[in-house]
Design a binder for this molecule. Structure first.
Ligand code: PRX
Length: 649
């Protein structure tokens, strides 16, 4: 019986870099990428020192890297302030009066902040924090809507050396309590509420309930966003606008040690108790700066838009830090992609002439389901580059993104990375690397990615195995906050001194890396280990299908049988033969071994609040008819009851 993961999906469509794009890109040929990649692997210290030298350091490093697995220190001994690099650094040039943030509220209200104005706000909030007693290293929990104040608060914490921990505004009271107590936060920044799908969502009331259970918070700063009535506890709660009105806008950014903690971000992904991923300053800064520069090929005249929430790592690295380090103008949006309907994003792309657009496969699949008319009525000709992140993108969804959104001309960067990695790890460099639908292609500079079998040998081309990173990289996590044992067990126990990412993958003959799914989700059918992504992509390649989730269910003979949950595109009727057709379709695309035994047509799938399918819940459901596992990260608990009824019929 094979211990390794098999791969059966064949994809032959290949898209060389668009010539016009390449000729203007920073990296414009495969040779240039390969040369730089070679240097980054053979002489990482020289490579990263060059990138770091684009930025301001208040004092120099003694060594670029100190590596004693699993602990890395980058730019050892240097003093740096990341907020100064995001803001002050731009104030001596034309960028001072350039928009840093073009913000749109869900209800259509608009605000812009130039680099100069953002700097003023950040300095003021830094002074507020200092005057309220926040010290270097104190943890500040943010529970905010997607408003510019979220970015201001993050940068102000960073500026004074406090450690922010952003909790996504959709998380519950208990999730806030868990995170407050795990990082022992002393301060909170929140808002009276925020808008989502046309409704004002209460935020402060969740914080208030959390603070009844956790008593360590000394001050809670509250932004007025919706104007909802909120009780203010004297001595603890202060209005943002009141303290900001009185604050001085002058603040000199002090340099902190390059390894000073920058933030803790809790991640549970689709499994288990949240881990407080710790990132530090200097390396993270260089990693997010360099990936924006090369992967998004950011230029001064770009208008960039990342649709993530600041509550996720994507919002940290590719809203708050990376784009501002690069001095680019970005669009920030408060609300849902389908408010008032699914044309909202495209209307905004047209209005703000967005040139770089970064979103998640889950959103792309929702747009496909909603139909093309909502897209094609808008002029998207400003777009020059598209990106995706968060999950494997099914090849058919990739093709739709390429043709319908990108007009066939925009390269797509399918960026594979994690909360833990801090920055892009496997991704096309858009002017240099040919893309294929469904693969994140090649490793970014300095990323020594490999696919290993159970014995630690590198897998031959197209054989599935575990994706690992063999060398340290600047933006890597520095631990799980307060839990070294879990850090070692989770990432470093499979192979000595090698970071194990927890995803299954294969590398094709051209060196492209294909993620086949989380290792926890791998199926074992008659001794064949199959990744979920390939079977799901086979289903999505059927004309009628918008989205699919695949899990294994115990089977007496096969070990596990394939069970599929399928969401159809908007206008498809559920003809009797469709279920059979879909099963046959999987057989023809992958082979009989991947043919689902059961296939359910469903209206929704259980997803995390960041849009990832929670396969472990489906797996438990098909095995036991029940769901007892942890559902605190589940976006919509109602989905479970509906699925339960369907599965038990
Ligand atoms: O399984 C991979 C998947 O998301 C995981 C990381 O999740 P998180 O820490 O929440 O970060 C998401 C944003 C970076 C990975 O281990 N993943 C992320 N991007 C991709 C992906 N899977 C395939 N292709 C991607 N582009």
């Amino acid at each position: 019986m094979s211990k390794d993961i098999e791969s059966h999906l064949v994809e032959s469509r290949s898209f060389p870099p668009n010539e016009e794009f390449s000729s203007n890109a920073r990296i414009s040929s495969l040779e240039q990428y390969e040369e730089m990649y070679k240097e980054s692997i053979e002489s990482p210290e020289t490579f990263w020192a060059k990138e770091a030298n684009d930025l301001n350091w208040q004092s120099d490093w003694e060594r670029v890297l100190e590596w004693k697995a699993p602990n890395a220190k980058w730019f050892v001994g240097a003093k740096v302030n990341i907020a100064e690099n995001c803001l002050d650094r731009h104030l001596t040039s034309d960028r001072k009066d350039k928009n840093a943030i073009i913000w749109e509220g869900e209800l259509g209200d608009k605000r812009t902040l130039t680099y100069g104005e953002l700097h003023t706000e950040v300095c003021k909030f830094s002074n507020v924090l200092l005057s309220e007693g926040v010290s270097v290293g104190d943890r500040v929990l943010l529970y905010m809507p997607m408003i510019p104040e979220a970015v201001v608060a993050m940068l102000a914490c960073a500026r004074i050396g406090a450690v922010h921990s952003v909790v996504f505004g959709g998380f519950s009271v208990d999730s806030i309590v868990d995170r407050l107590s795990d990082c022992e936060a002393k301060y909170v920044v929140t808002a009276d509420g925020g808008y989502r799908r046309g409704k004002a969502i209460a935020l402060k009331s969740n914080v208030d309930q959390a603070l009844e259970k956790y008593s360590g918070v000394e001050k809670s700063f509250v932004v007025k966003r919706t104007g909802a009535e909120v009780p203010m506890l004297t001595g603890r709660d202060v209005w943002w606008h009141e303290v900001m009105d009185e604050a001085s806008s002058s603040h000199v950014a002090e340099g902190f040690d390059s390894e000073h903690p920058l933030f803790i971000l809790y991640t549970s992904g689709s499994t288990g108790k949240p881990k407080g991923i710790l990132h530090t300053t200097g390396g993270y800064m260089v990693g997010t700066y360099a990936t924006c520069k090369y992967v998004f090929d950011m230029n001064d005249d770009d208008v960039y838009w990342c649709t993530a929430d600041v509550g996720w790592i994507t919002g940290h690295s590719y809203i708050t830090y990376g784009p501002l380090l690069n001095g680019v103008t970005q669009v920030m949006y408060e609300g849902a992609p389908n408010y008032p309907d699914f044309s909202r994003f495209w209307q905004m792309v047209e209005e703000y002439k967005v040139s770089i657009f970064y979103t998640a496969p889950t959103a792309i699949r929702a747009f496909i389901k909603a139909g093309n008319d909502l897209v094609t009525k808008h002029d998207l000709s400003s777009l020059r580059l598209l990106g995706t992140v968060g999950e494997p993108i099914n090849p058919e969804a990739w093709m739709w993104y390429h043709e319908v959104i990108g007009g066939g001309r925009c390269p797509i960067v399918d960026t594979w990375w994690q909360t833990e990695t801090g920055a892009h790890m496997v991704t096309p460099i858009p002017g240099a690397i040919s893309t294929k639908p469904g693969t994140a292609t090649r490793p970014f500079f300095g990323v020594d990615a490999a696919i290993l079998d159970e014995d630690g040998n590198e897998c031959p081309p197209n054989a599935g195995g575990k994706l690992v990173i063999r060398k340290p990289w600047p933006s890597m996590l520095r631990g799980i906050y307060g839990d070294e044992k879990r850090f070692l067990e989770t990432y470093w126990s499979d192979y000595e001194g090698i970071y194990c990412v927890g995803d299954g993958a294969r590398k094709d003959e051209d060196g492209n890396i294909w993620i086949v799914g989380r290792l926890d989700d791998v199926l074992n059918v008659s001794g064949h280990r199959l990744g979920t992504a390939e079977i799901e992509s086979a289903l999505v390649s059927h004309d009628a299908v918008a989205e699919a989730a695949v899990v294994g269910k115990p089977h007496e003979i096969k070990g596990q049988a394939v069970v599929a949950f399928v969401i159809l595109k908007g206008d498809n009727n559920k003809g009797d033969t469709l279920v059979q057709d879909l099963k046959k379709h999987v057989t023809s695309v992958i082979g009989a071994l991947a043919r689902p035994d059961d296939l359910y047509l469903v209206l929704a799938l259980p997803k995390t609040r960041s849009g990832k399918i929670m396969r472990r819940l489906l797996k438990e459901l098909v095995a036991t008819g029940e769901i007892t596992g942890n559902i605190t990260t589940l976006e919509d608990p109602n989905v479970i009851n509906v699925l339960k009824a369907q599965v038990s019929c």
